[in-house]
Design a protein around this ligand. Structure first.
Ligand SMILES: Cc1cc2nc3c(=O)[nH]c(=O)nc-3n(C[C@H](O)[C@H](O)[C@H](O)COP(=O)(O)OP(=O)(O)OC[C@H]3O[C@@H](n4cnc5c(N)ncnc54)[C@H](O)[C@@H]3O)c2cc1C
Length: 409
């Protein structure tokens, strides 16, 4: 019997984690990435314990700990006064409660760790310059077509090709993601450019009318990742590499706390990115093809969970293929296991955006009073997300080989 062959479209954080989990589970994998070179954008990402538990299973957690920052706390603050409105402590008690630390990491560093993990497990698995243009059933197999006219066949295809997924389009037809009316300005700033002591080892989330501003440390505390989100109906370009205008960013955050002014003043450049999401999709799977990560559940970044959910998806997909007899049943089980949780996170991220951007003074006063009366509000709100343990829920990946892991000869 030959091992099941899984073709993954997209070598982003989700696709690479899937490749490592599937390989670790004993399957043959190929990853097809449209970009001619591997890489990620120069920005930060927050990785919470629910995702760290998966990264441990593919041997990435120790290296993550070496390159990332472990923040002491996450703080919500008032945009003008700087008053701390809510706080999640991330110290030893947090690690004991959730079974893993919370990290702030450079996306390129996490991406490189995942590439290395895939290359350790399956040295030639990643094919670059391979832009998928369509997927179709081919008897008991699935065929993937590429822009250069070539094709590949496998037993299973996983579309991990992001918010504009071609695989999704092939399965379910065209449907544009929803522009949320929000745009994010992103930048990184060397900590050495800022006054000593201004930025502590914490995640800061400053809340103001129609805007919020997030910043946290990366790369052992040498770099500050900044994300300023504002509401703009006219800007719709979704691209990690579109240069923003620092004057525009400064104007959007006029009157904000001096810390925000200092961060913007220290920036050389910024990038501007329109924020899209989707309604939860009714289906992710069709026959032997399924979707993963932003391809099926793009979400606003306001719970910092888009990549964490893709990482969880990857693990559950591998376990379902390991434990269910028959590919189609396994993919249906994966979708059924994941959809309720990620749909709730998608909708939760949207709701949090509204709360962060309150502009009516009475509504702001009511929100802040609620935070003051209930200091654990934020942690309680995130508890069900952080506490989730895919390994406990679905079992370890390195289970003994069973017939369900193999297709017919
Ligand atoms: C401002 C902002 C902040 C965020 N912060 C966080 C955070 O703190 N924590 C968190 O968990 N999430 C965060 N997210 C969300 C996170 O970035 C995404 O959810 C995550 O990157 C999705 O990963 P993915 O692998 O599914 O898709 P992507 O990262 O989009 O990767 C898709 C890959 O597929 C490739 N591809 C696309 N089309 C094709 C094709 N046709 N053929 C071959 N390859 C193709 C692409 O080149 C890419 O490499 C944030 C998002 C934004 C916008």
């Amino acid at each position: 019997m030959r091992p099941l062959q899984v073709l993954i479209i997209g070598a982003g954080l989700g696709g690479l984690t899937a490749a490592a989990c599937l390989r670790r589970a004993g399957f043959a994998v190929r990853v097809y990435e449209q970009a001619p070179v591997l890489g990620e954008v120069g920005a930060g990402i927050q990785i919470s314990p629910n995702a760290v538990k998966v990264l441990r299973q593919i041997g990435v957690a120790a290296a993550l700990d070496a390159v990332a920052v472990r923040p002491l706390a996450l703080e919500g603050r008032d945009w003008q006064s700087g008053q701390v409105l809510n706080r999640i402590e991330l110290g030893d008690a947090f690690v004991r409660t959730y079974g893993a630390p919370y990290y702030h990491v450079h996306r390129a560093d996490l991406h490189a760790l995942l590439v290395a993990a895939v290359q350790r497990l399956a040295p030639d698995a990643i094919c670059l310059g391979a832009r998928c243009v369509g997927v179709e059933a081919a008897g008991e197999r699935v065929r993937v077509r590429f822009a250069n006219g070539t094709a590949a066949e496998g037993d299973v295809v996983v579309g991990a090709d992001g918010i504009h997924s071609v695989v999704r389009h092939s399965l379910f037809g065209p449907e544009a993601p929803r522009f949320t009316g929000m745009v994010a300005f992103r930048a990184t700033v060397p900590l050495a450019r800022l006054p000593a002591g201004l930025i502590e080892r914490k995640g800061y989330n400053w809340m103001g009318p129609h805007h919020h501003f997030v910043h946290y440390l990366l790369r052992r505390g040498t770099l500050v990742n900044c994300v300023g989100v504002c509401e703009q109906d006219h800007w719709r370009l979704e691209s990690w590499s579109t240069e923003g205008d620092l004057r525009e960013l400064r104007a959007e955050f006029t009157g904000w706390h001096p810390t925000i002014q200092a961060l913007i003043a220290a920036m050389d450049r910024c990038f501007k990115w329109a924020l899209y999401d989707r309604e939860p999709m009714p289906r992710w799977t069709c026959g032997r093809v399924t979707l993963l990560g932003d391809a099926c559940h793009p979400m606003l970044p306001f719970l910092a969970q888009g990549a964490c959910m893709a990482i969880e998806d990857a693990y559950v997909l591998a376990r379902c293929l390991q434990t269910h007899a028959g590919v189609e049943a396994a993919l249906q089980a994966y979708e059924a296991a994941r959809k309720p949780r990620v749909s709730q996170v998608q909708l939760g991220a949207r709701a949090r955006g509204q709360r962060l951007h309150l502009a009516d003074p009475a509504a702001i006063a009511e929100r802040n009073a609620r935070f003051a009366q209930d200091p654990d509000f934020r942690q309680r709100e995130m508890d069900w997300i952080y506490r989730y343990d895919v390994v406990a829920e679905f079992g370890p990946l390195a289970a003994p080989l069973t017939p369900a892991r193999h297709e017919t000869p």
